[in-house]
Design a protein around this ligand. Sequence first.
Ligand code: NAD
Length: 480
Amino acid sequence: MKEIVHYIDGGFREGTGAELVDVNPAAPDTVLAKGRAAAEAQVDAAVAAASGAAPGWAATPFRERAAVLVRAAAHIRAHADEWGRELSLEEGKTLAEGVGEVRRAADICDYAASEADRPTGELFDSPRAGERIMVVHKPVGVAGVITPFNFPIAIPAWKIAPALTYGNAVVWKPAEVVPLLAIRFAEALAEAGLPAGVLNLLHGGADVGSRIVEHPGVNVVAFTGSTAVGRALIRRCGDLAKPVQAEMGGKNAAIVLADADLAAAAAQIVPGVFGVSGQRCTSNTRLVVEDRVADDLLAEVVRLVDGLDVGDPLDPAVRMGPLITAAARDTVGRATGEALDGGAKALAGGEPYTSGPLAEGYFVPPSVLALPGPDLPLWRREVFGPVLAAVRADGPEHALALADDSEYGLSGAIFTRDLGTALRAVDEFDVGVLHVNSNSAGADLHVPFGGEKASGFGAKEQGRAPRDFYTRTTTVYLRG
Ligand code: NAD
């Protein structure tokens, strides 16, 4: 049994708040780790440590800050197999996905470090002789970072690595169900020589997150999680006049038009929905398919889904592990049941597991539901599980309209051989990430990532985009 420890002012410490228990979602009787949440005084101590460390870190040359991230990346990579297994045990994604995510976190740290080699400001000519105008980017101070459960090391890395590289201190609260990978990330940065207080890790629930947001010592808030929580934080940060960046939920559509390569589309769509047990914000859980190819496409999708082995995520043959909690499992079961009651037809899955080890863990079957139209809640609500809802369209125009008719706008995909239609989707499909002939789930670390509409608020993440959030500018009119 492992211990859930906080990282405050350069030391790993026990919490003094409420009890925390970390279980294996594939076998919930197995407790992986125990500890206590951060108490209010520990949140205050973490913010004080961050505030104290921030000026020194900001004054550290960029290359030295970057070197810490490069060393952390090497440490993470060296432990990828071990930590990937721990991730898989704690979060439930497959071992390959877990190891891949840990490696991705290392790559993100390397990318953030590479910012040291790029321009850190802008230089303008002046309308006046003997003058130059320069725009200097400076750290914001202390960033409060709040992260979700589904990518327990990659999402923290893509918020925290840029925050650090641009010279900020961080107070971070991960989701309470994935404490171990958070501890590993803090360990990597501590081993890499990050000065005490520059990163502080606090475990706990909404109360700990809320105290970080409220704290006057926290200058900006970076959040990833559900739209409901994100919007509450956006409102609160508005009152506090605190810059906030929120990456939130999604209900992403993949459009398959009649001219598409159907086999290739199905081969993309299936991992795009069922990877990470459907618990990916970018999963293409809505399918809009042109009527005249719908039967063929759905038959191929179902054939591939029938081949997905569900079970212990550590088993290399398994393609889909459990959901994160019993509540998540029940939400998916309810949403699927409601859709079936509303006239949807289950082409695959649809019924919960009722006996055996899959019923004991938080497993749900991969499901494909043909919907009578776009009116059922399943079409609109994020369910955050392995359920593909399919609706038919009369033609490309109708398909685009159906896909875009969503409160969310995180990612989307279109499968077509017609370049004109693909370009039309670029203009008309209001999403932050659009894939043409690949599924909506993928995101590379060197390009901006983030959602539109109810899926995102504020600056984008990844690539160079975080600079807008983690720095503020001073415009300098410079004369000799
Ligand atoms: P969640 O919103 O329940 O929790 C996210 C984090 O917020 C957790 O650390 C939680 O403890 C904290 N929190 C909850 N209430 C809070 C409050 N009142 N004040 C401060 N902090 C609070 O989300 P989750 O279940 O962990 O993650 C799943 C959700 O995240 C899905 O909606 C998914 O789409 C979304 N997500 C979005 C992206 C993206 O980049 N857009 C990426 C991953 C996940």
